[in-house]
Design a binder for this molecule. Structure first.
Ligand code: HH2
Length: 324
């Protein structure tokens, strides 16, 4: 039985593995601290990090190619998004514009359907709209990544009916203005409490707890210092007992530390990935898949080698003790 099924709302000892049930009888195994890599595929003309790079109106080919390339680079799952959620009121000015349901679907469906025919890898869709979620789940999407944490009153029902996992991301306020008035007395405690409340709301609305993934929402209604504090305190959020998804990749708070523009934030993104893994993250949402996969592989290899060396030393000490 996956530990998340029996997870209490706040565990003294955090769970360390989960089995996320996916539609059509598939599963995604997750491990705290050994994160899966979720490759970001933005089908938008205006995303902050890669706006317009893969999206072509009426031509899904470049985006499909990019999605398959990320899987070949080692991504465990993809996250398709057709509405930029770039927050307004801060470094991004007015923030992203709302995209009507039909436009979001017109961007998503051709890419999703072509990808679905080409791969069985889990595909998540980043949407706040229940109408979009319903349609992409019918078209073969496996997860809903909802940065509004079920803000659409019909989203819980859609997710519950599909029996798919859902990412509940923390944010405060509206996308258009969320960087304007940021007030936290204790950002880690408040994000944890608000995520716990979002989880209970989702469960009360019929979403199975074992299908919920939580996310601190880095960059959504938080200052750079608050994002950094959250990244350094993920273990506190892990105590909620649910798998943690962390999206720090190329975000502006990394640029505020290094001075780099979005495409120059790889070093910061990898530092954040290391921190997230150390804090128990189960999924990292990233743009630079090959680099993140390589980084995590070396990190794991160092961990394994260090444990092996410690065991060898303990065995050697035992032998020396016997000989004496
Ligand atoms: N960040 C972005 C979008 N979706 N979803 C989750 N669960 N967590 C995140 O941190 C997160 C997210 C913003 O990044 P990006 O998709 O690159 O940009 P844009 O929203 O401008 O398309």
């Amino acid at each position: 039985m996956p530990s998340a099924v029996t997870a209490s709302p706040d565990r003294a000892v955090p769970a360390d593995r989960w089995t996320l049930p996916l539609p059509r009888g598939r599963r995604l195994e997750l491990f705290a601290g050994r994160p899966r890599v979720m490759g970001v595929l933005n089908l938008t003309p205006d995303s902050f990090s890669d706006g317009g790079r893969w999206y072509r109106e009426a031509d899904p080919a470049p985006a499909v190619e990019r999605g398959l390339a990320m899987l070949a680079e080692g991504a465990d799952l993809l996250d398709l998004g057709a509405e930029s959620t770039r927050p307004g009121g801060g470094v991004y000015g007015a923030g992203a514009r709302d995209v009507p349901v039909e436009e979001e679907l017109a961007r998503l469906l051709p890419v999703l359907e072509t990808l679905r025919a080409a791969t069985d890898a889990p595909v998540s869709v980043d949407t706040r709209k229940a109408a979009v979620a319903r349609r992409v789940l019918e078209a073969g999407a496996d997860l809903v990544n909802d940065v509004s944490a079920l803000g659409d009153p019909e989203m819980a029902e859609v997710v519950a009916a599909a029996g798919c996992p859902v990412v509940l991301m923390h944010s405060r306020g509206e996308i258009a203005t969320m960087q304007q008035e940021i007030r936290f007395a204790d950002v880690v405690a408040e994000v944890r409490a608000e995520l716990a409340a979002a989880v209970e709301r989702a469960v009360a609305a019929g979403v199975a707890r074992e299908r919920i993934v939580i996310d601190p929402g880095l960059g959504f209604g938080k200052t750079a210092a608050q994002n950094l504090a959250l990244l350094g305190s993920l273990a506190e959020l892990a105590r909620l007992g649910l798998p943690l998804l962390v999206g720090a990749s190329r975000k502006s708070f990394l640029g505020q530390v290094t001075g780099a523009p979005p495409e120059g934030r790889l070093a910061g993104s990898l530092a954040a990935a290391g921190c997230a893994a150390a804090g128990g993250a189960a999924i990292l949402r990233v743009h630079d898949v090959a680099e993140t996969v390589g980084y995590l592989a070396v990190r794991s290899a160092i961990g394994r080698a260090a444990r092996g060396a410690a065991e060898e030393a303990a065995g050697g000490a035992g032998e020396a003790g016997t000989a004496r």
